[in-house]
Design a protein around this ligand. Structure first.
Ligand code: GLV
Length: 327
């Protein structure tokens, strides 16, 4: 009998066609966002799932579907999936690393530069008809070239961001769970490993690229924001929840830091409404990996993982290899 899979959200139609060559596919091309219980029901009887970062795959959802063999996430982050529970139930979990590194690094730079140079604020001001004369101090921002870039989370995306900084004559400092090898530091524009406190006190532009977990929840809160320079910017392309949004709103409102560029939010897609009232924040809707070719690569990578997982070979991006060892 053909194995059954659920593709939980809309994806490129040719990826559905590809998966249909292997499986009976329940697709959701209408892109209905399933509520938790609805998703559990849709998962019933499925051998595999292709999810995005928006679906919560909880221990309860996994327990309700004992026949499930694989959950393949179309995202590098996988904090939406209870991987420990999946491992206990013998369910493979995969993600889509690497294919999005360079695209996400490009976007992180775009967001940091828009934030430092007040690009969206300037455009709103212009569109509102406020540009009636040149002035020496109109919309003054912070320089990016020659400044110090502080990266928290120096994985492959963090390193791709650091590499780009050499063209801007920047100094890179970073904080990470573990220090990179000297070779990797060299390739990341001679990045220098420092404590989080030194990074926050020193950096002109702080960039967050770390994975979300209970340990990284509110890595940046009121105490950390208080360490930053009043002229500094904060850019988050990682996950909502790494920053305490309420504390950030207060810091931006009181100009305790200059500005922030945010692609991710606590409770997204719902935004804290106060963000919309602040001029010194650049807001984007979780699109750091959203180039045509990279989103295609991510969808195909998730499909590759699902095909491998259900066809008996080891998925290229298996996050819980203990499952296969148990087989
Ligand atoms: C996007 O946020 C991802 O984790 O791929």
């Amino acid at each position: 009998m053909q194995q059954k899979i659920l593709v939980a959200r809309a994806v490129f139609p040719d990826v559905i066609d590809r998966l249909s060559q292997y499986f009976e596919v329940a697709a959701n091309q209408a892109d209905h966002v399933y509520a938790d219980q609805e998703l559990v029901e849709k998962m019933t009887g499925m051998d595999g799932l292709l999810t995005t970062g928006s679906e919560r795959i909880t221990a309860a959802a996994l327990a309700a579907n004992p026949g499930l063999k694989a959950v393949c996430n179309m995202a590098v982050g996988y904090n939406n999936i209870d991987v420990d529970a999946a491992t206990r139930s013998g369910i493979m979990v995969t993600n889509t690393p690497d294919v999005l590194n360079e695209t996400t690094a490009d976007f992180a730079w775009a967001l940091m530069m828009a934030t430092a140079r007040r690009i969206t604020e300037a455009e709103h001001w212009l569109r509102a008809g406020k540009w009636v004369k040149w002035r020496y101090d109109t919309l003054l921002g912070a320089d990016v070239h020659g400044s110090t870039l502080g990266i928290i989370g120096m994985g492959r995306i963090g390193q791709a961001i650091a590499r780009r900084s050499s063209g801007f004559g920047m100094q890179v400092i970073y904080h990470n769970r573990s220090r990179l090898t000297a070779d990797l530091e060299g390739r990341a524009n001679d990045a220098q490993f420092v404590s989080k406190e030194v990074l926050l006190r020193t950096a002109d532009h702080v960039m967050l690229v770390l994975p979300y977990s209970p340990e990284t929840h509110h890595t940046i809160g009121a105490a950390e924001l208080a360490l930053m320079k009043p002229s500094a910017t904060l850019t988050n392309v990682a996950r909502g929840g790494i920053v305490d949004d309420v504390a950030l709103i207060a810091a931006l409102r009181e100009r305790r830091i200059a500005s922030a560029g945010l692609d991710v939010f606590e409770n997204e897609p719902a935004l804290h409404p106060d963000f919309l009232t602040l001029p010194n924040v650049v807001l984007t809707p979780h699109i750091a990996s959203a180039s045509e070719s990279t989103r295609r690569a991510m969808a195909n990578c998730a499909a590759d993982n699902l095909i491998a997982a259900l066809c008996g070979t080891s998925p290229p991006n298996l996050l819980n290899p203990a499952v296969r060892r148990k087989e």
